[in-house]
Design a protein around this ligand. Structure first.
Ligand code: FES
Ligand code: FES
Length: 154
């Protein structure tokens, strides 16, 4: 079957099988930032945005994305770099395997929640494993980045 999506702002079409995952389709489309850690909805590594909301692409059939907008790390490079600088400053940067999904979840959270509490941040990101650098450094980075964004909006 044919699937057409708007991928990072560009219309893309491809052939998929009924059981092709969105994760596989995105990799076929050249989005190599999208990683797979478990294929069972447990690690969050494969997180992408589907119509602006975070989804686990390993668990979404590619055909479900037909006609929809998909965003991967390749499509949010400027925001990702800005947030990445805060992570690095706090010693919270992660490896290239788990970072893309984590960053996409953080960006989605920033759009969804206004002034999130620590508990809300932790809850929102609970599905993103691993955090080899620990949770506290990331929490500090997220809060400082959110505050800086807010300041920039004034
Ligand atoms: S690869 Fe999708 S949740 Fe782990
Ligand atoms: S798996 Fe990426 S830092 Fe732990």
């Amino acid at each position: 079957m044919t699937v057409t999506i708007t991928l990072n702002g560009i219309r893309r079409t491809g052939e998929v099988q009924p059981d092709t995952s969105l994760y596989t389709f995105l990799r076929q489309q050249g989005c190599l930032s999208v990683k797979c850690g478990c294929e069972t909805s447990n690690c969050g590594l494969c997180t992408v945005h589907l119509d602006g909301r975070p989804v686990l692409s390993c668990s979404v059939p590619a055909f479900r994305a037909d006609g929809h907008e998909v965003t991967t790390l390749e499509g949010v490079q400027k925001e990702a770099e800005e947030f990445g600088a805060f992570l690095a400053d706090e010693g919270g940067e992660q490896c290239g395997f788990c970072s893309p999904g984590f960053i996409l979840s953080v960006l989605a959270m920033a759009r969804e929640l206004e002034n999130p509490t620590d508990d809300q941040i932790k809850e929102y990101l609970a599905g993103n494993l691993c955090r080899c650098t620990g949770y506290q450094s990331q929490l500090r980075a997220i809060k400082k980045w959110l505050a800086a964004r807010k300041e920039g909006d004034k």
